[in-house]
Design a protein around this ligand. Structure first.
Ligand SMILES: C[S@@+](CC[C@H](N)C(=O)[O-])C[C@H]1O[C@@H](n2cnc3c(N)ncnc32)[C@H](O)[C@@H]1O
Length: 343
C-alpha cells in the first residue's frame, strides 16, 4: 500500500474550488446541480410494506469472517467485525490511489515474470479493488459526497447546535454539519478506538468543508482543526446523555439492525435529541451498483449484518418507529432522511 502524505502547512481553499487529488476530491463548489433527488412530497402514511417489499440483505461474507466462524463454531463478535471493517476501509482512504495503482501493476508484472500464480492473483485482486475505489471515491466522489450531503442537510433551523454523531467512524458528516451550522459543539461516538485515533484522528487536515460564516452571513471553508469536536470511544448503548442535542445523526447504522432490533436503533436517536430537534439518518441505497460494490469488496467490508434499502423502505421504518419525515431523498450512494420525533 502507498500511503499519501498530504501537503502541509494548511493552504486555504476558496469557495468554488474543485480538483481531484491523489487521495480525495476537493469540492467546495457552491453552485448547483447537487445530487439530491427529493422524495419529500410523498404522503408516507400511504406507503405500505406490501407495496414496497423488504430490504435486500448482503450475504456474501468476508473470508476472515467465514474462517473465524468455521474455527470457533461461533459468530464473529460484532465489535471485532467493525474493527476489521474500519481498518480495511481506512486503508483505502489513506492511499495515494495513482501511486498504489502503479505499485500493484509492478507487482503483477514481477509475479508474472517468475510464474508466481498466487502473487499474480493477489495483484490482480488489488488492482480490481483500486480500480473500483478510484471510480467511487475519486471520480464520482460517492463515498463522502459533499454536494449530496450539503443538499440533504440544508435548511435546518438551528444556531450553534450541539451535534451528536452515532457510529461516527471518520466523523465526516458531523464535520459537514458543523461547517454549515458553526459555533456549536460536536460529539462523535464510536466504540472502535481506531476511529478516534485513525479514521477521525488522521482525517486529512487539508480537506475543506463548505459551510457558513456566522460573522458575515456568507459562505466560507472550514477545516477539521477549526471545529469544536470531541470523540467518545463508547458503545452507544452505554451513553449517559439526556435529550440534549439539537441534531443527532447516523450514517450507515440503521441497516445493520435486523427488523427485530430496528426499534432499538431508532430509539438510540430519539433518546438524545432535544424536543423539536432534528434526527438525520442515511443508509446505503439498494441499487445495482451498491450490490456490486458489496459483492466485489466483500472480503474487506462484509463482517456483519447489512441491508440495502430504498428511500421508501427507510422512510417507512422511520415512520413506524415514531418519526415524522421532513425531508427524504437519495444522494449518490445513500438514502437520506431528516426527521423529528413525532409528538
Ligand atoms: C458502517 S459504519 C458507518 C459508515 C461510515 N460512514 C464509514 O465511513 O465507515 C458504522 C460505525 O458504527 C460503529 N458502531 C456500530 N455499532 C456501534 C455501537 N453499538 N456503539 C458505538 N459505535 C458503533 C462502528 O464501529 C462503525 O465505525
Amino acid at each position: 500500500m502507498v500511503i499519501a502524505t498530504g501537503p502541509t502547512p494548511l493552504t486555504r481553499h476558496a469557495v468554488g474550488d474543485f480538483h481531484v487529488g491523489p487521495q480525495y476530491v476537493v469540492d467546495v463548489r457552491d453552485q448547483p446541480p447537487d445530487m439530491f433527488v427529493d422524495h419529500s412530497v410523498r404522503d408516507w402514511s400511504k406507503v405500505s410494506w406490501r407495496d414496497i417489499g423488504r430490504p435486500y440483505r448482503v450475504e456474501k461474507w468476508s473470508r476472515e469472517k467465514r474462517d473465524y466462524e468455521r474455527t470457533h463454531g461461533a459468530e464473529l463478535p460484532i465489535l471485532d467485525g467493525w474493527k476489521k471493517f474500519n481498518a480495511n476501509f481506512h486503508a483505502f482512504f489513506a492511499q495515494d490511489v495513482p501511486a498504489a495503482g502503479a505499485a500493484a501493476r509492478a507487482e503483477l508484472a514481477a509475479a508474472m515474470k517468475t510464474f508466481d500464480v498466487h502473487g499474480a492473483r493477489e495483484a490482480v485482486e488489488e488492482m480490481l479493488h483500486l480500480l473500483i475505489w478510484n471510480r467511487i471515491h475519486r471520480v464520482e466522489d460517492a463515498v463522502w459526497d459533499p454536494r449530496g450531503k450539503r443538499a440533504l442537510f440544508d435548511g435546518l433551523d438551528v444556531k450553534k447546535p450541539r451535534i451528536l454523531f452515532l457510529g461516527a467512524a471518520d466523523g465526516y458528516e458531523a464535520m459537514q454539519l458543523a461547517a454549515m451550522y458553526p459555533g456549536g459543539h460536536t460529539v462523535l461516538v464510536d466504540y472502535d478506538e481506531f476511529c478516534k485515533t485513525d479514521r477521525f484522528g488522521k482525517f486529512p487536515e487539508q480537506y475543506p468543508f463548505l459551510g457558513a460564516d456566522l460573522a458575515t452571513g456568507h459562505k466560507r471553508v472550514w477545516y477539521r482543526e477549526e471545529m469544536d469536536i470531541s470523540f467518545e470511544v463508547e458503545d452507544i448503548r452505554n451513553l449517559r446523555y439526556g435529550r440534549e442535542f439539537d441534531v443527532v445523526v447516523s450514517i450507515g447504522l440503521i441497516e445493520h439492525f435486523p427488523d427485530e432490533h430496528k426499534p432499538l436503533a431508532f430509539e438510540f436517536h430519539r433518546r438524545f435529541v432535544k424536543p423539536g430537534g432534528y434526527v438525520i439518518m442515511t443508509t446505503p441505497r439498494d441499487q445495482l451498483r451498491s450490490r456490486a460494490w458489496y459483492y466485489v469488496m466483500s472480503d474487506l467490508l462484509n463482517y456483519g449484518y447489512r441491508e440495502l434499502m430504498t428511500v421508501e423502505q427507510m422512510a417507512l421504518y422511520a415512520r413506524e418507529n415514531g418519526f415524522d419525515i421532513l425531508r427524504a431523498g437519495v444522494i449518490k450512494a445513500h438514502n437520506g432522511i431528516v426527521c423529528k420525533v413525532r409528538q
